[in-house]
Structure formats: C-alpha cells, structure tokens
Design a protein around this ligand. Structure first.
Ligand code: SF4
Length: 210
C-alpha cells in the first residue's frame, strides 16, 4: 500500500509529464508493462540499460523469447565488451527501452548516476518510449537528497556488485575516488518528461534494486 509520500511523488511526476503507474510488487509491474504499456507502443525493437529493478520484473526474458521482437541484449554474458558497446549504441534507437532510476524526488524528478552513460542516454533521447521501473525505496525529498542517496547507497553497492576495484567496494563508503574502475561518471536530472508521456514510470511498492 503506497503511503502519502509515494502518492505525492507519483502526482508530481505526472504533473511533470511522466506517465505513472502503481504496482504492488514486481509481478504486478510486469503485468502493467506487458498488458498496458507494450501494446500501446507496439515495439519492434526492445532493449535496456542495466537495472536490478527491471530484471526483477522478469519482462526482459519475455521480450528475449518473443520471436516478433528484436531484442538487443546489452549485457549478455559471454559477449565481448566491444560487441556490448556496439549493442548499447544500437539500443539508443530502439522502440522501447527499459531502465531504472537511482532516485525519484518528491517534486517529480529523476536523478541518475551512470558509469558508461548508455543508461542515462537512453532515458534522455533516442528510444521512442522508455519504461523506468523503481521501488518506493528510491523516493527522496529533492535532487540534493537524491545525490546524497546515490553517493551513500547506490554508488558503493553497485561498485561492489560489479566487482569494481574501488575503495567504496571495500568500505561501503564513497571516497570520490580516482580509480580507473570508478563507476560514477555521468549525472543526470530529468526535470520534466519531453515529449510528455515518452517516459513511463512504474513505481513498485516496497524496496527494489539499490
Ligand atoms: S566515486 Fe568511486 S568511491 Fe565513490 S561511489 Fe563512485 S566508484 Fe565508489
């Protein structure tokens, strides 16, 4: 059950031009994506930027196995990095792009920090439509609080998840490192969705992703 903060955040996102959806859990998010959003977009090419929240819905496997969809797998295991970078470039012209958000603000903005940039690039421009899946744990009061959350929580935990040789992966604290493995390179704040309705935000009740 969404609390007032979550409902106010959804209202603010809607006011800023995002299409918003409420999901009780990741399974419900998948249902919304597959029965409401996807039929309206009718995508031929689908891709994604890395996101634990999107993976938890299971929708990527549905598109991966759909013979009517060209699924550009930007993180396929066993594929060399050069090929994955090429796929991430092609993903920026897909019809439907999936990603997460590092923080959603109470005044209806998305805050993100990226290593390579393919995730935030797809959010900004290129794919015809974008779906952002995020748990209510990502809600923060404002963009400054979003930056703090990312530095204190998402950055160090993501570095550890990717096996990065960074100080935060060992200590759990951001040291604003100069490591070659640094995962924190590109910040974006999406104030408003333009064109209106291009970005669909599926907010999932409870905690999802980092
Ligand atoms: S800047 Fe460096 S230390 Fe800080 S979270 Fe990013 S990778 Fe970790």
């Amino acid at each position: 059950m969404f609390d007032k903060t979550a409902l106010d955040t959804l209202a603010a996102l809607s006011h800023n031009g995002f299409n918003v959806y409420q999901a009780a859990d990741p399974g419900h998010a998948a249902e919304i994506i597959l029965s409401e959003i996807t039929p309206a977009v009718a995508p031929r090419v689908v891709s994604y930027g890395d996101s634990l929240s999107v993976r938890e819905t299971g929708v990527l496997d549905v598109f991966r196995q759909d013979p009517g969809i060209e699924f550009i797998d930007t993180f396929e295991e066993g594929v060399d990095r050069g090929e994955l970078i090429e796929r991430r470039r092609r993903a920026l012209t897909c019809d439907l792009f999936f990603t997460g958000a590092n923080a959603l603000t109470g005044n209806g903005k998305l805050v993100n920090l990226d290593m390579v940039g393919n995730r935030v690039a797809g959010l900004i421009f290129g794919p015809r439509q974008v779906v952002v899946v995020a748990g209510a744990n990502k809600i923060v009061p404002d963009a400054n609080a979003g930056v703090r959350r990312i530095r204190e929580v998402a950055g160090p935990q993501n570095a550890a998840r990717h096996g990065a040789r960074t100080p935060c992966a060992k200590t759990g604290r951001c040291m604003d490192c100069k490591s070659p493995d640094r995962i924190c390179n590109v910040w974006t704040i999406t104030d408003k969705c333009w064109p209106k309705g291009r970005i669909h935000v599926v907010l999932v009740d409870g905690s999802l992703g980092l």
